[in-house]
Design a protein around this ligand. Structure first.
Ligand SMILES: [Zn+2]
Length: 287
């Protein structure tokens, strides 16, 4: 059964650990992440971008697959199915499709419109027992052509969005989506501490978890980060293992061409990196 993410994240804030959001792209990704969460008794958030939702033919397909999979696999750890960087329309589609959590990313709207739409979605989500994440400012990334320092949120704006009743809040503190550039200046802990002092116990979300050094992750968790999004790293691990399998010619041996064999090393690699992240975030044994 899918659960909303508020309770698991409030527990994480209290226990000074973070729950990983791992983005899914297909059945193999989902199965690997669920297996790892169950084996390590860790809560988990499955992230779905709008692009990934489209790729899997629509949010209804995703929701049906994840619900059925948790049942068929006998998953007992808390699992949230979460829309990542949702548009206004996408948010409603996921609410209707049975997602247990959404992120409404209204960061590209003027602040008044962002507030209005966020308020409305908070009301709708809470009436249906769905958790909702909002974003303050914008989070930099390669796709936006932003490199170097990344974006930093305004702590007063964080307080304003937090007061709209969102369940957890993403704020830029120098983090970036995708691979980090060599000249990256690191996370801005001063801003993180200021945000924390304004929003109290509301769980903070760190996007762009790929490539942030472990000591910075731990410090961010100690300052109130309770959800960390990991996407690119799973893709890179999957790619590397798949490349190795092909380059070693294993697809040419026996039934090595069978997709279940061809994709197996990549799935194992995802399990490895997801477990590493759960260890680093401190969520193992916290289900
Ligand atoms: Zn993000």
């Amino acid at each position: 059964m899918l659960v909303q993410a508020t309770e698991m994240l409030n527990k994480a804030v209290a226990g000074k650990y973070a729950v990983g959001q791992f983005n899914i792209n297909n059945l193999e990704w989902t199965k690997s992440i669920l297996q790892t969460a169950q084996e390590n008794n860790s809560p988990v958030i499955l992230g779905v971008s709008e692009g990934a939702g489209k790729y899997m033919t629509g949010f209804k397909t995703v929701s049906a697959m994840v619900s059925a999979m948790t049942e068929e696999m006998g998953i007992t750890v808390p699992v949230a199915l979460h829309l990542d960087h949702g548009t206004y329309d996408g948010s409603y589609k996921c609410i209707d499709a049975g997602f247990s959590s959404i992120m409404f990313d209204g960061s590209h709207y003027p602040i008044e419109e962002n507030i209005e739409k966020t308020k409305e979605l908070v009301k709708v989500c809470h009436s249906k027992g769905i958790s909702i994440e909002a974003e303050v400012g914008a989070i930099g990334g390669e796709e936006d052509g932003v490199i170097g320092g990344g974006e930093v949120a305004d702590p007063d704006e964080c307080k304003m969005i937090a007061d709209l009743g969102v369940d957890f809040l993403a704020a830029g503190i120098g983090n970036i989506h995708g691979k980090y550039p060599e000249n990256w200046q690191g996370l801005n802990f001063d801003v993180l501490a200021q945000i924390k002092s304004k929003i109290g116990d509301l769980p903070l979300v760190l996007h762009g978890g790929t490539g942030i050094p472990a000591d910075m992750i731990k410090k961010a968790i100690s300052l109130g980060v309770a959800k960390i999004n990991v996407n690119t790293e799973c893709q890179l691990y999957f790619q590397e293992a798949t490349r190795k399998y092909i380059e070693e010619g294993k697809d040419l041996i026996g039934k090595g061409f069978d997709p279940r064999k061809l994709l197996a090393p990549g799935c194992e690699a995802i399990k490895t990196i997801v477990k590493e992240k759960m260890e680093l975030f401190g969520s193992i044994g916290k289900a």
